[in-house]
Design a binder for this molecule. Structure first.
Ligand code: BQF
Length: 293
């Protein structure tokens, strides 16, 4: 079993980006600029945003953090989105999810200029991705494609089973892996909570993408010998043996699954770090106008 090392790959990607930014700036170009809007005090969201800002520093991007109280109105948040849309210095921006319940995430996502939508959540980017046109890819699927590419994992003709059908991970992943070319050309099964024989479907997989959001959901006897396992889950569970009293686990029962597979991503240190690296890749593309114009 080989670990798919998200820490190593994300550090490689960030050094490549840093070298490119240095070159651009030396030639007189503007530094890429990512802005992030963080609403409320959600502890996980604060950690995620901080790691994105830290990554910007590592690659030489300018970053701006806009913090707002949890009781901000939807109209006020839409105004901030519009200001970022209009700001010529901002190449791309994200509105950190989840948002408080009184704010409609879909309405906020729709308000983001698709040319600055470095999270790739706007329906224009989703539609372009689905049609194989240049688009901002959602960061987690983009990060997973980079794992497959950088470890030279064969995908053509493979049977990929995606577990979970979210708009952000499962659904776009199923589209990207069934597209023509590399990494792609898979035969994809998209499974979810209503799938009849989930263990039976997962057992047929050469490549498993677990994105259901249930800790240690994929069991050892669901995994075919030699399968490639991509674990998207970030779940905090109780662990009395840790001083924090908790630890992070994925959607895969790592102890039971790892001995059976050819490759597996760890949690932490796997897909999560690649998600942040992919956001940096999208921000550079936004600055260079690689997708639009
Ligand atoms: C790791 C996210 C659910 C909902 C909103 C590294 C991250 C996470 C884990 C990270 C995530 C998950 C992010 C690890 C960003 C991934 O080593 O395991 C990095 O920062 N992520 C987010 O911004 O919003 C989320 C998950």
């Amino acid at each position: 079993m080989q670990l798919l090392d998200g820490k190593l790959l994300s550090e490689n990607i960030k050094s490549e980006l840093a070298a490119e930014v240095d070159q651009m700036v030396a030639k007189g170009a503007k530094r890429p600029h990512l802005a992030a809007v963080l609403v409320g005090e959600n502890a996980a969201s604060q950690v995620y945003v901080q790691s994105k800002i830290r990554s910007c520093e590592q690659v030489g991007f300018k970053s701006t953090l806009i913090r707002q109280e949890a009781d901000i109105t939807e109209a006020e948040l839409l105004k901030i989105v519009d200001q970022l849309n209009q700001d010529p210095d901002v190449d791309g921006f994200i509105v950190q999810l989840p948002l408080p319940k009184h704010i409609d995430e879909e309405r906020i996502t729709l308000a983001i200029d698709h040319r600055k939508d470095v999270d790739g959540f706007h329906p224009i980017n989703f539609g372009r991705m689905a049609q194989g046109l240049p688009a901002f890819l959602p960061a987690t699927p983009y990060g997973i494609l980079e794992i497959l590419r950088r470890y030279n994992i064969e995908t053509a003709g493979k049977h990929c089973v995606v577990v979970g059908r979210s708009n952000i991970v499962g659904t776009p992943m199923s589209i990207l892996l069934s597209r023509k070319g590399y990494p792609g050309d898979c035969t994809v099964t998209l499974t979810h909570s209503r799938t009849k024989d989930l263990p039976g479907e997962v057992r047929r997989a050469d490549i498993i993408v677990a994105a259901i959001g249930i800790p240690q959901f994929i069991k050892g006897d669901w995994v075919k010998d030699g399968a490639v396992v991509i674990d998207v889950g970030i779940n905090r569970i109780e662990d009395a043996s840790r001083k924090s009293g908790t630890r992070l686990v994925g959607d895969v029962d790592f102890e039971a699954v790892a001995p059976k597979c050819s490759h597996i991503t760890p949690v932490p240190g796997g897909v999560g770090l690649m998600t942040v690296a992919a956001l940096m890749m999208n921000t550079l593309k936004a600055c260079k106008k690689e997708i639009y114009q």
